[in-house]
Design a protein around this ligand. Structure first.
Ligand code: NAG
Ligand code: NAG
Ligand code: NAG
Ligand code: NAG
Ligand code: ZN
Length: 478
């Protein structure tokens, strides 16, 4: 299904000079107007600046150089930092884009994209660089992008597994050694698991991500993979209480997750058809519950949702894990609208701050929606803020402070919610707080399997015919 785009669908920027030079000369001569020719050629000389990023694979050095160049040229809306190092000492670069890129501001939700966790799945890595390019070059020009940057802090990690990417000697559509990190660990099996004990040694790349998650209140995220074309949503693992007896494993926020996955898939012309990539899988409209596709233990999306209060889905972007670079422009065109629209969903639902009677913001307070309890309750951050992703409807918010009765308050999320802000609802509790913010500012959630008391079964290790076939051919995706 990966065709070369029709010639004129999108003109490659760096092909402009070839077209423009003769045109400038011709028009200049024809009109006998040397000023015009000069102006025209002057504009032409400026073009390579706008065309800094091409549709080719960027190895670590080129990627670093590009990110540093963006951070330098667009310093007021970007912030480049490394969240740690790979086994071989390569930096895990994150570029932040936002009106206040260096720090969190109350009311501005944190969003993230992560890619190339499997080093041989390469499309997402390049798409992230092009997304960065698109955001910074359209800021102040395209009103929608400008508003997105004004209202959202966007974190982009183009490669979580740079060693794996560099280790691929021979690009392969199905499997290359670079899937794993340098210690041969699959990073998407390397996180603590809520459903069963995951006895693996936590890798430096995984540790870096886990530490990073503690530093921000991420609200929404997507993790970009390849080898299939589908949007997969949590859970990836499960127990009977989450629906595994029915061959699926659903979160209490399943309506929101289906909506999020659909938001992405429905704008990708290839994904929305449920492209099966030569029968790798079945999906309806290009979205699928992770567990129902195939269960896995220690995955990142479950970890984000359960431990980091961050809704994350897994996007499989290409049947071929490591396609030829001539296809990259095609993938960018197919994913651009989805990538932008998905980011806007960080503004679903309701957000606000929780205060005591003296208007002091209260950190570490549990703020949950009745009947959607999370395994680890979602809590306010150090500014007393909460963000809850919800579809339109009426809900009861349950605010719980240790030692006090739960405080319940109703909220109605309107049908036509604003595009660039969740409904704002600050909550003032009817008492005065006497908490030491230092003591309670470090939310923690047990690392033992949290659902283990519900069932003793070990779902991800259950064999199924599909899993058997997948193992046989070494073609895992997510
Ligand atoms: C940054 O600006 C320099 C000098 O104008 C230019 O050469 C370079 O291509 C720009 N880089 C990016 C990523 O925009
Ligand atoms: C974005 O923020 C800038 C600077 O704060 C402001 O001047 C501009 O009007 C805002 N634009 C939109 C579309 O919100
Ligand atoms: C975890 O793995 C280590 C090393 O393989 C082993 O010594 C230990 O007993 C295992 N622990 C559990 C709880 O399975
Ligand atoms: C509110 O949440 C607390 C704990 O977080 C729970 O004990 C209580 O039952 C909840 N109340 C309602 C009415 O849901
Ligand atoms: Zn993958």
């Amino acid at each position: 299904m990966e065709g070369t785009p029709p010639g004129l669908r999108v003109l490659r920027l760096h092909s402009f000079p070839k077209v423009l030079l003769p045109t400038c000369t011709f028009l200049g001569n024809w009109g006998n107007n040397m000023d015009f020719a000069r102006l025209c050629i002057g504009l032409l000389l400026l073009l390579p600046l706008a065309a800094a990023l091409d549709f080719r694979y960027h190895h670590q050095d080129a990627m670093e150089a590009y990110l540093k160049s963006v951070a330098h040229n667009y310093s007021s809306v970007t912030h480049l930092h490394s969240i740690g190092e790979s086994v071989k000492g390569r930096n895990l670069w994150v570029l932040v884009v936002g009106r206040f890129p260096r720090e969190h501001r109350v009311g501005i939700p944190e969003f993230k994209y992560m890619a190339n966790m499997h080093g041989d799945e390469t499309v997402g890595r390049e798409l992230m660089l092009h997304l960065i390019d698109y955001l910074v070059t359209n800021d102040g020009k395209d009103p929608e992008i400008t508003q997105l940057i004004n209202s959202t802090r966007i974190h982009i990690l183009p490669s979580m597994n740079p060693d794996g990417f560099e280790a691929v000697k021979k690009p392969d559509c199905f499997y290359s050694v670079g899937r794993e990190n340098s210690n041969y660990y699959d990073l998407n099996r390397n996180f603590p698991d809520a459903f069963e004990y995951n006895n693996v040694s936590t890798q430096p790349e995984t540790k870096a991500v886990m530490e990073w998650l503690k530093t921000e209140t991420f609200v929404l995220s997507a993790n970009l993979h390849g080898g299939a074309v589908v949007a997969s949503y949590p859970f990836d693992n499960g127990v009977p209480a989450t629906g595994t007896l029915h061959h699926r494993s659903l979160t209490p926020d399943d309506d929101v997750f289906q909506y999020l996955a659909h938001t992405y898939a429905s704008r990708n012309p290839n994904m929305k058809t449920g492209n099966q990539c030569k029968n790798i899988m079945n999906s309806r409209n290009g979205i699928i519950n992770g567990y129902s596709w195939y269960p896995l233990k220690g995955g990142m999306q479950d970890y984000n949702y359960i431990w980091a209060q961050c809704f994350e889905i897994t996007l499989e972007l290409s049947c071929c894990k490591y396609p030829r670079e001539e296809k990259l422009l095609f993938f960018w065109n197919d994913n651009k609208h989805s990538l932008i629209e998905y980011m806007k969903q960080v503004h679903l639902g309701v957000k606000g701050q929780v205060f005591d009677q003296n208007k002091n913001p209260l950190p570490h307070v549990i703020v949950e929606i009745q009947d959607r309890k999370h395994i680890c309750p979602y809590r306010t951050n150090k500014f007393g803020e909460y963000y809850l992703l919800l579809l339109p409807g009426s809900y009861t918010i349950n605010v719980t402070v240790p030692g006090h009765d739960p405080y319940l308050t109703k909220v109605i999320i309107p049908e036509n919610s604003q595009k660039f802000s969740a409904l704002k609802k600050d909550i003032v509790l009817p008492f005065r707080g006497q908490w030491n913010p230092v003591l309670i500012s470090n939310p923690s959630c047990p690392t033992d399997p949290l659902y283990s008391h519900l069932s003793s079964s070990s779902p991800a290790t259950k064999s199924s015919l599909l899993l058997f076939v997948l193992c046989l051919f070494h073609i895992f995706f997510k």
